[in-house]
Design a protein around this ligand. Structure first.
Ligand code: SF4
Length: 439
């Protein structure tokens, strides 16, 4: 498989873009990890990767979207983005995730990317605004990879995204990128309605045939004002996604990204490990995109270095959550977020001002942490990459004890438990449940 992937990278790509990816995202990305490790040793903190939602506006209305897509347009303008990116680069950061809303609806997006040729950008997009002309500009810039979201076949895409003809418009944007040899990825938020269509070898083969270089199978998060909990995956389906990712990495000539497991298959949350944090369209500095709570902002007037170093809210988020789960606190223990918000006086960063109400309404459920069902990497290349850059940075090793984990699936049964998240242990908490995953 590695030879086939190497052949694709060598013969299907624009060599200048391949070099930029290798140097900016690869070499300089790994160097930012090295700097992060050195900072941690000195007791300093600055996340090596930042996700930045530059605008809230979007042309779609997806189930499970947490962004105020229909609200008054809020965006981080050219000057504020320049300041933020420059300060992060001074800390050694080189790779940035750009989200929205729909980032290509931000009129200054291409200028922002052009102003930072020494950084690499992954733009999360629905592809609807990537015309042939825009794709040509992305190729010219060379420091950007669009990650285009496909949420299902025609019918499911329209359902999931609340508009008509979503799939065909997305595929048109994708084809424009591929026609112009732009490094392009495809992602899916795997849920009940698309798991059988998209978690398939046939779908991955189609992406390879089209010229897509990497893919990402997220797991659907039950969040936002229209959270559609019926779409959430159960434990067996979570295991299927993980197994599919691990198998595809050794079978198919395409790069498969994931954000929730280390090389041994142990679960982690990249926000809890401090690998990444998020900046919202209003400039608020949040633990992650779906946790719309913050104490600080890029508009605070303090250097970003100081803000991350001194944020008690973010530090306590990492320390407290890592004591209770290796999974997603939003899905498993929304009560911990409520307690942290109350303790630190963190504000609701949404325009709709209902983030805390939405968190309180979440029914706890399993996430990527299923003890006893870890599926380790089969590919040596991913094992190596995860050994170097994608692990817990000591957070769970230091803080997590499996006996303190509250199994969401069992939690319902013992709802009379005191369940005080700031108490380190609780006598009534249920024992761990070991699911049998298909081999
Ligand atoms: S809190 Fe959940 S959604 Fe956010 S980064 Fe962690 S695992 Fe992902």
């Amino acid at each position: 498989m590695y030879l086939r992937l190497a052949k694709r990278l060598l013969f299907e790509t624009d060599k200048r873009l391949l070099w930029k990816l290798a140097y900016l995202a690869g070499f300089r990305g790994l160097r930012s990890v090295q700097k992060h490790k050195a900072r941690l040793k000195r007791g300093e903190f600055f996340p090596p990767f930042l996700y930045i939602s530059i605008i809230n506006t979007c042309n779609l209305r997806c189930q499970g979207c947490w962004v105020d897509v229909a609200g008054k347009q809020t965006k981080i303008d050219f000057a504020a983005m320049n300041k933020t990116l420059t300060e992060a680069k001074q800390m050694g950061n080189a790779f940035f995730g750009i989200l929205g809303g729909e980032p290509f609806m931000h009129k200054e997006l291409l200028d922002i990317l052009a102003a930072h040729p020494d950084a690499y950008f992954q733009v999360f997009t629905n592809g609807h605004f990537i015309t042939d002309e825009v794709a040509k500009r992305l190729r010219q810039l060379g420091n950007v990879t669009p990650l285009i979201s496909v949420e299902g076949t025609q019918i499911v895409s329209d359902q999931r995204r609340g508009r008509d003809n979503v799939f065909s418009k997305t595929m048109e944007g994708l084809q424009n990128c591929l026609n112009n040899k732009v490094m392009t990825g495809v992602c899916t938020s795997v849920c009940k309605t698309n798991i059988d269509d998209l978690l398939q070898d046939a779908w991955v083969d189609r992406l390879v045939e089209m010229g897509v270089m990497y893919c990402w199978f997220h797991v659907y998060r039950v969040v936002g004002p229209e959270s559609s909990p019926e779409l959430a995956l159960n434990t067996e389906e979570l295991g299927r996604v993980r197994q599919f990712v691990v198998n595809t990495r050794v079978k198919k000539p395409i790069i498969v990204i994931d954000a929730y497991h280390d090389g041994q298959g142990k679960a982690l949350c990249p926000a809890v490990t401090g690998f990444t944090h998020h900046i919202g369209p209003g400039g608020h500095i949040e633990p992650c995109p779906i946790i719309q709570l913050a104490k600080e902002s890029i508009h605070d007037g303090r250097p970003l270095k100081e803000v991350f170093q001194q944020s008690e809210f973010l530090r306590d988020f990492r320390e407290t959550v890592s004591k209770h789960t290796r999974g997603c606190v939003v899905l498993e223990r929304p009560d911990i977020l409520e307690s942290l918000a109350a303790k630190h006086g963190a504000r609701d960063t949404t325009l709709r001002q209902t983030a805390l109400k939405e968190i309180a309404a979440i029914t706890p459920r399993r996430s990527q942490y299923v003890p006893g069902a870890e599926i380790p990497e089969r590919s040596w290349a991913y094992k190596l990459a995860k050994w170097y850059a994608f692990h817990d940075y000591g957070t769970y090793t230091r803080n997590f004890d499996k006996k303190d984990w509250v199994d969401p699936d069992a939690q319902v049964a013992t709802s009379e438990c005191c369940n005080d998240p700031l108490k380190s242990t609780c006598c009534n908490e249920p024992k761990v449940y070991t699911p049998t995953l298909p081999d």
